[in-house]
Design a binder for this molecule. Structure first.
Ligand code: 4AD
Ligand code: MG
Length: 504
């Protein structure tokens, strides 16, 4: 029996197999918090129910040792998962000595080095369950609409998103690149199947440490024949609504576990504002308000709030530390004060980060040059003004990929669309309508200094029955990061690969 099935077993005797995620002991009683991957359950061991040997076995259990517990299921609303197991048999399986991840706070680098074990912790478990649900919803959404899932190759002979971020490998003595995007193959498959989506790993050599960039990430790339950019936006919105709705309905417990405020997810279940690049730039530069809010003005207000709070936090830390140092407190009281101090120091770190970042955001928003692509801070500035994702479309063609279609009414602009997630998260989807004009595409390939011969097969798609078509790419980890409200993309994937991290 799995913990998530216990609701069907109240009053019965069941056997659970799992690991000790926590343990408390009293006189003649042991409380084991057992985890089995599907959930957590408090298991109570006493001599009366488990016998002398059972109690000793339970007393000997250590953090993260594995064990098989048999007992009676008692419904109890107060307990995690709503049940408790009154244990009758304890069978230890694998021992665990000096488990390296203790209860106390660890630094992120340490935890990343222990990623193979860190994945067992409650918070990481919840994030991975949400990731799983997102993957499931994506497949369900597209399959229900009749899209065909097809796979693009990972070894490729050409760049898709520009040459600067390619990982080169050796393919039988010839250079080959790890795929940056399956899109070009997606276009070929859409011409065969109508509407397809790929779902695979993609690779980008991003030589910078940011909270948004991985070197290896998973991308969902739908491609639809006979869709223009506006139908593309409808499709993106439909998919994002389906994912959010599904996670809200099916991951309530997980969202609670990670402390996600779901208000913004709920408010995202409406039509997303669609802004042209021009409008978005005016908003970033503070020339246009959003619902009475000015981008730069509200950042300035926030900065002054941050600085005020920082002073308060400093004073409180000093005060509490002085009291601890003053002596005369009981051990319980000291622990209580110390945990407050730890929490305040955590808050202080966050505030200091804001105090460093906000002036930079203000500066880069003020100095934004019309015609440029958005940087991370520009995305932060604009998305903090909205309570749902926004779609920004019609970008200056000079800053976007070679394959995007020009706006026929205004050829300076390409029919690309980026979806930016609220709360400062920024880009989660990039896509657009594709150029179908053979001559224009060839010019673009030359302009981007891409090798024409590698693209001949792609150009064939324009030679033989070209049709208007569109598609997009959703970065899975960016989506997980936003849905879960994570500070950094590295916690959104089981084993992150990024600049400076290849292990475990
Ligand atoms: O905007 P991008 O570069 O678009 C493409 O690759 C298109 N070919 C997609 C298409 O139209 N079929 O990447 C798409 C998405 C981004 O919006 C972002 O969510 C994610 O992929 N992404 C990354 N995620 C994590 N780490 C990185 N280094 C990422 N680069 C892009
Ligand atoms: Mg992009």
């Amino acid at each position: 029996m799995y913990i998530e099935e216990l609701h069907r077993a109240a009053g019965k005797s069941v056997t659970l197999k799992g690991w000790v995620s926590n343990k408390r002991e009293g006189k003649g009683i042991v409380f084991v918090i057992l985890r089995d991957g599907t959930g957590f359950c408090q298991c109570v061991v006493t001599e009366e129910t488990a016998g002398a040997e059972g109690l000793i076995n339970a007393q000997n259990l250590t953090l993260e040792s594995s064990v098989i517990l048999t007992g009676n299921v008692v419904a109890d609303e107060k307990q995690i998962g709503g049940h408790e197991l009154h244990v009758t048999h304890v069978v230890p399986v694998g021992e665990s000595e000096n488990y390296p991840i203790a209860k106390k706070e660890h630094g992120v680098e340490f935890l990343m080095d222990q990623r193979h074990l860190w994945l067992r912790s409650t918070r990481q478990w919840a994030i991975m369950r949400i990731r799983n649900r997102i993957i499931y919803s994506i497949h369900r959404y597209f399959q229900d609409q009749g899209f065909v899932q097809m796979d693009a190759p990972i070894f490729t002979g050409n760049a898709c998103e520009g040459t600067s971020t390619l990982f080169e490998t050796d393919f039988y003595g010839e250079p080959a690149y790890l795929s940056q995007s399956g899109q070009l193959y997606g276009e070929a498959m859409a011409m065969a199947m109508g509407r397809i989506y790929t779902f695979g790993p993609t690779f980008r050599a991003e030589k910078s440490k940011t909270r948004r960039h991985l070197s290896e990430f998973w991308m969902i790339e739908p491609e639809m024949a006979f869709y223009d950019i506006f139908q593309n936006m409808d499709c993106i919105e439909g998919m994002l609504h389906a994912i959010i709705q599904d996670v809200l309905e099916n991951c309530t417990q997980e969202l609670k576990t990670i402390g996600r405020d779901t208000a913004v997810l709920e408010s995202s279940l409406k039509q997303f504002p669609r802004l042209t690049y021009d409008e978005a730039v005016r908003i970033i530069k503070g020339e246009q308000d959003v619902n009475g809010k000015n981008g730069i003005g509200s950042l300035e207000e926030e900065l002054s709030r941050v600085l005020t709070r920082l002073k308060e936090v400093d004073a409180e830390i000093e005060d509490r530390e002085a009291k601890i140092a003053g002596g005369g407190m009981k051990k319980g009281e000291i622990n209580f004060f110390q945990s407050k101090v730890d929490a305040l120091k955590q808050e202080k770190g966050d505030l200091e980060e804001d105090a460093r970042n906000i002036p930079q955001w203000i500066k880069s928003a003020r100095e934004f040059e019309y015609g440029n692509d958005f940087g991370g801070s520009d995305e932060t500035v604009i998305t903090r003004l909205f309570d749902s994702p926004i779609m920004v479309y019609d970008w200056p063609h000079a800053v976007k990929a070679f394959y995007l279609k020009r706006n026929p009414e205004n050829p300076e602009f390409a029919r690309g669309v980026d979806v930016l997630a609220p709360e400062g998260y920024g880009e989660i989807v990039g896509g657009g309508e594709r150029e179908t004009n053979l001559q224009l595409l060839k010019e673009k390939i030359v302009e981007h200094e891409l090798p024409m011969s590698a693209f001949e097969w792609y150009l064939d798609l324009r030679r033989f029955g070209a049709v208007p078509h569109s598609g997009f790419g959703l970065g899975l980890e960016r989506m997980v990061t936003w849905i879960c409200g994570l500070k950094h993309v590295r916690e959104s994937i089981p084993f992150p690969r990024m600049y400076g991290r290849l292990t475990p």
